[in-house]
Design a protein around this ligand. Structure first.
Ligand code: BEZ
Length: 231
């Protein structure tokens, strides 16, 4: 991959069919759709092996993997280093976690040392370069639905670590709103009330949500701030 290619990345938009890429990973070669099967997926990149923020993030992702499994989400990490480096760095990540009961990172890490996938998926951070001037991968998160569409994307720079509890929280919202005609408000967590989307007329909302709809009175007189218990 040339510097020019790396600097003009295409990227993916919400709702796009996720590319069914093939990649070398720490569990062998995989093809994305075969790996995901009917599950949800999360693909997250990090800038480089043997770097401090990335080590804390992958440690946290490994620790939270049972929470992703509970939600039927398969995890895949990516960085632009080789398989050998991933295997060796994995031992550091496990040591950082200080949990002797875990002897393997519970998800594959893609070895994208030619940056081909990082360019295809728009994951590079042009501000953060290696010694030869090539951009590193940003901290990118893609959540993929069972129909292989991009449902959420987050893009953080190398210098800002992600919050994996927040990623679980948004997956809870994505999975709820995939099946119920609701939206989740600020800081929502499972069990909290949800919002009735504006496109649903009042009559329909009453029959759709038999647990009741509470509408907050507002200075505008408009009746759009409507809550209902989580269905
Ligand atoms: C890190 O993971 O610690 C890191 C990687 C690249 C740039 C800055 C920080």
């Amino acid at each position: 991959v040339s510097k020019h290619q790396a600097e003009s990345m295409p990227g993916l938009l919400l709702g796009d069919a996720f590319p069914n890429f093939e990649a070398d990973t720490t569990i062998g070669k995989l093809k994305l759709y075969d790996f995901l099967g009917d599950s949800w997926g999360i693909l997250f990149s990090h800038p480089r092996d043997y770097t401090p923020v990335c080590t804390t993030e992958l440690g946290q992702a490994a620790e939270l993997s049972p929470e992703f499994t509970k939600r039927n989400v398969k995890m895949i990490a990516l960085s632009i280093d080789s398989l050998e480096e991933h295997y060796s760095w994995s031992k550091d990540i496990l040591a950082y976690n200080n949990d002797e009961t875990v002897s393997e990172i519970p998800f594959p890490i893609i070895a994208d040392d030619r940056r081909e996938l990082a360019v295809e998926l728009g994951m590079l951070d042009p501000e953060e370069k290696d010694q030869s001037g090539m951009p590193l991968t940003a901290r990118c998160v893609f959540v993929i639905s069972p129909d292989k569409k991009l449902k959420l994307s987050l893009l953080y720079p190398a210098t800002t670590g992600r919050n994996f509890d927040e990623i679980l929280r948004v997956i809870d919202s994505l999975q709820l709103t995939a099946h119920k005609r609701v939206a989740t408000p600020v800081n929502w967590k499972p069990g909290d009330c949800v919002m009735v989307p504006p496109a649903i007329p009042e009559d329909e909302a009453r029959s759709l949500f038999p647990a009741g709809v509470y509408t907050k009175e507002l200075p505008s007189g408009k009746r759009y701030l409507r809550y209902t218990p989580q269905p």
